[in-house]
Design a protein around this ligand. Structure first.
Ligand code: GAL
Length: 987
């Protein structure tokens, strides 16, 4: 401790004396408050994390590997994150899918995390591992396994039944993490324990549980620092190494994407210092980067708009104002709730409105974010900065009387010079811009800027970071009112990129030794002045419209002024020396070989790239092809590249030869349910006891997902003329009922109802002594989450809670049920436990490729059924997509108003869509390459559950290309798609 303190004092002394030394030491030496790491690679102090002794801002994006079952696509996502300037990726694990049967761990092929971790390393990203055991994540059971519903007592609590249940998972996955830690050459730098351990059903934060879980992870071999993600800055779970918290300032109502109802959280800093015992780096483990959307919701483009570029500017900069140094964006790439991964609140797509769409294309907000990641990556002074304590009246003084701007000033605690002035609107949700002047405290005194005769403009829903005494390498920026994108030293020049919005007027001042070299490569637009006495160059400029750039040279500095649009589409390549590439949809990577600069990337259209690279570069290649390379002005090269985007012949799905079979033989007289499970339990470990004697909860019998079928066998007393039931399936579920094969009725489902009571008239009143079978086909929308700790919410039953008859009471023989074939001992090991539900077709494996449907009748889902029931349709088609391009595709329905049906899509055996016609909103179901075989045969199957009396049919069904790029990540390996083989025990 003493040693650390003296280093700090020495550093501070030297920092004041010598700014140059301060920059180097700032990056290298921990200041020592919480430097208690048990390994040497990842350390930290109150300001930031260090990796191998070097400070960094951890800029991470959340991805859930299990929401993308194509291993070879991970690299594409990860390279896109890297190109956006992230240096880390954070991942949740999913206990429920890897230990579906208690004690049996299966993380073969598609659920194996190793390929993802390897891809992260290949892409150059660190990994934050978040293994749970609870994760929430809008996934079934919040990641808890279905068998857990039978484990008595409170979960996420030191209840022995629960702790015994999680331990094997923690051992297994702790060991996987340990093996992939940075200390062993892997990418993992941090491990989050539990998830939002913040709200407690019994009101008690269970420290014993926290300690035990932490210890269990450590016992499995984990040595990198542990973190938590408190749901708010509430001070929970402080026994981890680094306290972290989550923030979703705008919530999840995507239906009003213009409405911002919550304040940017820039008051965190003081709250943190007063609440948190061990002051580590300010760490936000989940910062809103989109929103989930529920059944009947507004759709993900609306979420992408709500949490769009403006949100990124205002709210993320608010975080920097609180000196946050570890920041993980939830989600960076959401992926798909394929199979039955969803919890009841959400549908198949988990696009999340993120910077990367579900189909891996880039949203606009991707580019805005890049402006921030690159700025932070070149701003070491930020890493040791803390905010000033500024009263409102002092802010108003600094802002020269402007009252509607909130100001945060961060000052580097090491060199005591560099400052970041962050301005944002007080009424941040309004749409007005504000003009202002501001007094900056610089090393040459307090200066009110702009000195020139104009004001600064804070645009509506914007926040700007003004710099003071900022060292961009050898260049000393005394101040800049325009924001900094990056600075890079290439050959003997230091290129500094500033940006702003078109027509804004800005001012920047630089310390210069001589001004004789000053030149502007622009024409009359640039005004500049300088004060020769103080060797200060002050430049005034207006931001030009899209495309045009100011270039101003002085000494070895080249100042480039871009408009926001151009800056955000400029790629900073980490070649040695670096290269700057202006333009293009995505530049993934670059390498220099002799006179060649080899770029890899994705282009959507003919694109002009402007390139600044080391002098020796004379020739550019793009995706391996030589491109005509022309010198432009002042060392830049430019190339024009026209991507090859060949037309692809897609099958017209509606015109294919479709085969059809009935998938509800269970309602016929001859159907034999002797192999079904008999619901004979009269005791349930579930806290929620049924209203009837027999337990009719699917999970009690090992069925946790997909459709569930119930058959109640009764002997009539005579006079039964009505049937009622309370059925539970989770939000948006539905069900249909038959009596001896005669249709009784249905509940179509709605957005909010998870448990529904029906009361139907029976088609014919029963005669005494008659045998009757009541068949109920119900949907299972996933297990509930268990956000509140010390509760059992995820155990909410799926099945029949209560039922009875009107008119008379028959004698119950027994109830039988089935879900997926095998239940927890599921058959399709390759596609995983949640892929199949309980439909007859699924139990038989009709959704799988290679099933012989030659004796099926012809019939298309567009013809559908004329009566209530379930039909299953199969077809095949070929694709022949050349390599070197990335064309994501989707299967799309169109809505037929007033028709109640549910339909599922299976591509090569993988369930990749659950459509509810009357609820929506999702109609377009993205099917990733690797599930869709882009070079060969595909088997497409569709289930159609017609609920209403007159049956139902699909209006249309199309395969559509969502976007076209040349580029992509290279060869995509198809995920295992084992063919049908006979299922002897299928029923
Ligand atoms: C957080 C939770 C995440 C996710 C998110 C909303 O509270 O930690 O797992 O559920 O909310 O998407």
């Amino acid at each position: 401790m003493l040693a650390t303190l003296s280093i700090t004092a020495l550093q501070l002394a030297l920092a004041v004396l010598s700014p140059a030394f301060a920059v180097a030491s700032r990056e290298q030496q921990p200041l020592g408050v919480d430097h208690t790491a048990t390994q040497k690679r990842v350390t930290w102090d109150e300001h930031s994390l260090f990796i191998d002794g070097k400070r960094l801002f951890v800029f991470s994006g959340e991805v859930h590997p299990w929401r993308n079952p194509v291993q070879s696509l991970h690299l594409d996502v990860l390279q896109k994150l890297k190109a956006a300037g992230f240096n880390a990726v954070s991942i949740y694990f999913h206990w429920g899918v890897v230990e579906y049967e208690r004690g049996v761990f299966r993380w073969n092929e598609i659920f194996d995390l190793q390929p993802f971790l390897d891809a992260a390393k290949e892409a150059g990203l660190y990994v934050i591992a978040r293994p749970g055991p609870y994760v929430n994540a809008e996934t079934t059971g919040g990641g808890f396994p279905g068998w857990g519903t039978r484990v008595e007592g409170l979960w996420r609590k030191s209840n022995k039944n629960y702790t015994e249940a999680y331990k094997p998972f923690v051992r297994e996955f702790g060991a996987l993490i340990a093996k992939n830690e940075i200390t062993k050459g892997g990418p993992i730098i941090l491990v989050q324990v539990e998830n939002e351990y913040s709200g407690f059903g019994d009101g008690i934060e269970d420290f014993e549980y926290e300690w035990e879980l932490l210890q269990d992870f450590k016992d499995s071999g984990i040595t990198v620092p542990t973190v938590c993600d408190d749901a708010w800055l509430g001070g929970h779970f402080q026994s981890v190494d680094i306290y972290g918290w989550n923030s979703y300032p705008l919530g999840f109502d995507c239906s009003h994407p213009e409405v911002w109802h919550s304040a940017p959280p820039d008051y965190f800093y003081n709250l943190y210092n007063s609440r948190i015992r061990k002051h580590g780096p300010k760490s936000i483990l989940e910062l809103q980067a989109g929103g989930f959307d529920g059944w009947g919701g507004a759709g993900y483009d609306a979420c992408g708009k709500l949490i769009g570029p403006e949100f990124e500017r205002v709210f993320y900069k608010g975080m920097y104002g609180s000196a946050v140094k570890v920041m993980n964006l939830y989600m960076a790439f959401g992926g798909t709730n394929w199979g039955q991964l969803a919890e009841p609140g959400v549908y198949t797509s988990y696009d999340y409105g993120s910077i990367l769409r579900e189909d891996r294309r880039l949203r606009d907000k991707y580019y805005e974010l890049k402006l921030q990641t690159q700025f932070l990556a070149v701003s070491p002074a930020y890493l040791t900065s803390t905010p000033w304590q500024l009263t409102e009246s002092r802010q108003i003084e600094i802002l020269k009387g402007t009252r509607n701007i909130v100001l945060t000033v961060l000052e580097d605690t090491l060199d005591l010079h560099t400052k970041f002035y962050i301005v944002r609107h007080k009424y941040f949700s309004k749409f007005d811009s504000i003009n202002y002047r501001i007094e900056l405290k610089t090393s040459i005194g307090a200066i009110t800027v702009p000195k020139a005769d104009h004001t600064l403009e804070l645009q509506a829903r914007d926040s700007n970071i003004l710099l003071v005494d900022y060292k961009a390498g050898e260049t000393h920026i005394i101040y800049s009112t325009a924001e900094l994108y990056t600075w890079k030293e290439i050959d003997c020049f230091n290129y500094i990129i500033l940006y702003g919005d078109p027509n804004e007027k800005h001012e920047a001042a630089f310390k210069v030794s001589e001004l004789k070299d000053f030149s502007s490569l622009d024409t009359e637009e640039v005004e500049w002045t300088y004060q020769i006495d103080n060797a200060i160059l002050t430049v005034n400029f207006a931001i030009l419209e899209d495309g045009d750039t100011h270039t101003i040279k002085f000494g070895n500095t080249v100042l480039l002024v871009f408009c926001r649009e151009v800056a955000s589409k400029t790629w900073i390549m980490d070649t040695n020396p670096p290269a700057i590439v202006k333009g293009g949809y995505l530049i993934r990577s670059a390498s220099i070989e002799g006179s060649h600069l080899n770029l890899k990337g994705d282009l959507t259209q003919a694109t002009r790239l402007h390139i600044l690279a080391t002098k020796s570069v004379k020739q550019v290649t793009f995706n391996g092809k030589d491109v005509d390379t022309q010198p432009a002005t002042d060392g830049w090269l430019y190339v024009m590249y026209t991507p090859e985007l060949p037309d692809i012949k897609l099958p017209e799905l509606s015109k294919l030869d479709w085969k059809r079979a009935d998938s509800l033989p269970e309602i016929t007289d001859s159907y034999d349910d002797s192999k079904w499970v008999t619901a004979s339990n009269t005791y349930t470990p579930n806290r929620e006891k049924p209203a009837v004697k027999e337990v009719l909860y699917a999970s009690d019998y090992g069925f946790h997902s997909g459709n569930i079928l119930w058959r109640g066998h009764f002997t009539a007393s005579g006079g039964e003329d009505g049937f009622w039931a309370v059925v539970q399936g989770g939000q948006a579920f539905g069900y249909s009922i038959w009596d001896n094969g005669v249709y009784v009725g249905f509940w179509e489902g709605d957005v909010t109802t998870g448990r529904h009571r029906c009361n139907f008239k029976l088609p014919k009143s029963w005669e005494s002594g008659e045998d009757h079978i009541i068949t109920i086909l119900q949907d299972h929308m996933g297990l509930e989450e268990n956000w509140t700790a010390a509760t059992e919410h995820f155990k909410a039953p799926r099945g029949i809670f209560d039922y009875g008859f009107n008119g008379a009471s028959p004698k119950l023989v027994h109830w039988k049920l089935t879900g997926n074939l095998g239940g927890e001992k599921y058959l399709d090991i390759e596609r995983g436990p949640l892929n199949e539900g309980g439909l007859y077709a699924e139990r038989q494996g009709w959704h799988l490729p290679g099933f012989d449907d030659s004796d099926w009748k012809e019939g298309s889902p567009l013809d559908g059924l004329k009566e209530p029931g379930v039909a299953f349709y199969r077809t095949t088609f070929n694709l022949d997509v050349p390599s070197g391009i990335d064309y994501p595709m989707a299967i799309e329905y169109s809505n037929s108003t007033g028709s109640y049906y549910r339909s599922q899509i299976y591509v090569n055996g993988y369930q990749f869509g659950k459509y509810v016609n009357s609820i929506g909103p999702q109609k377009s179901f993205f099917i990733p390459q690797g599930i869709l075989n882009y070079n060969g045969k595909n088997t497409l199957a569709i289930s159609l559950w017609a609920m209403q009396g007159e049956g139902a049919h699909l209006n249309s069904l199309d395969l559509r290309i969502l976007g076209k790029v040349e580029g992509g990540v290279g060869e995509i390996k198809n995920s295992p798609a084992p063919a049908w083989s006979e299922r002897k025990d299928a029923y």
